[in-house]
Design a protein around this ligand. Structure first.
Ligand code: NAP
Length: 294
């Protein structure tokens, strides 16, 4: 996906490009989310890096089977949380993440939920609560990118992107708000394209992600009295299946950042987990974009 730039319009009626719905990736060398680490290596890494700030907490990460969501699930587990993740078609990848969380001594479950469906998006929180016994942190990460020249985007494209990227986030947040205790967190993944759109092709995606800033600010006001925070994280070009660092528009995107490179999913996840532990940050936007907006 060309999240930092957008395909250039060329010729007449080019098709919109849908990204983020491809099949799960082929297994990485060594397999799974631990790059082939042995159980002993995982235990050593965990004891070295675990900070336990989220011990006893339960987190739900939507779209946690791959990319930024999977990296976030692992970081949350390392910080001590039990983790529910959702996926839509990548069951095997989701089970890999579950096993990696469990290898860190935490409980985990993978729930299938297509956020294009309102009932599934709304029902995910209750399923996570039923399985893991509560909810303290919701990470609204699931999203799709549909990019292309304005004239190529159909009403069906608009409906689908808004359903997954906006309505699904609203419904999951609404369901979470009903059960989150004091100290609860809602962390939503936006996009650097809410801050700066560096080229054509991003109208629909940027519109959908920009709605999340308004939602976050309003949630912060609505839930602040209960001690619940809401924040939004805006990744820049981040190397995932949605937007591979060797993709066709990758060089242009990297050049648009101050650091001159893509970010990693783990670099985004580290800020999400920071916000999961931050009590006095709410209604805030965090750019994790290598200076894309600078
Ligand atoms: N990568 C970037 O450069 C970038 C930049 C800015 C913002 N973002 C945002 O960051 C978030 C994560 O992106 P990513 O790059 O990690 O994407 P990714 O690697 O494509 O992963 C997308 C995740 O969302 C799930 N998903 C896809 N369609 C869904 C649907 N209809 N309902 C529920 N879940 C669905 C996928 O599940 P399956 O595995 O089952 O398909 C997967 O877990 C997205 O909101 C994206 O817009 C990404």
């Amino acid at each position: 996906m060309n999240d930092g730039g957008g395909p250039k319009g060329s010729g007449s009626a080019p098709a919109a490009v849908e990204v983020g719905v491809r099949s799960p990736p082929a297994p990485r060398p060594g397999g799974g989310w631990d790059g082939g680490m042995t159980s002993q290596e995982i235990r050593e890494e965990t004891s070295r890096t675990r900070d336990e700030t989220l011990t006893g907490k339960v987190a739900l990460v939507t779209g946690g089977s791959r990319g930024i969501g999977a990296a976030t699930a692992l970081r949350l587990a390392r910080a001590g949380a039990d983790v529910a993740i959702t996926y839509v078609s990548g069951e095997e990848a989701a089970e890999d993440v579950v096993r990696a969380v469990e290898a860190r001594g935490r409980r985990a479950v993978a729930l299938r939920a297509d956020f294009a469906d309102a009932a599934q998006a709304a029902g995910t929180v209750e399923r996570a609560v039923r399985t893991l016994g509560g909810l303290d942190v919701l990470v609204n990460n699931a999203g799709v990118g549909v990019l292309g020249p304005l004239e190529s985007l159909s009403p069906a494209d608009v409906d689908r992107v808004l359903a997954v990227n906006v309505r699904g986030v609203f419904l999951a947040s609404q369901a979470a708000a009903a059960v989150l205790p004091a100290g609860g967190r809602i962390i939503t993944i936006g996009s650097c394209m809410t801050q700066r759109v560096p080229g054509p092709g991003g109208t629909l995606y940027a519109m959908s992600k920009s709605a999340l800033t308004g939602l976050t600010r309003a949630l912060a006001r609505e839930l602040g009295g209960r001690g619940i925070t809401a924040n939004v994280v805006h990744p820049g070009p981040t190397d995932t299946d949605m937007n591979p660092a060797d993709g066709p528009y990758a060089a242009d995107q990297a050049a648009m950042t101050a650091l001159g490179r893509f970010g990693t999913a783990d670099e985004v996840a580290s800020v999400v987990v920071f916000l999961a532990g931050a009590a006095y940050v709410t209604g805030a936007e965090y750019a994790v974009d290598g200076g894309h907006a600078a």
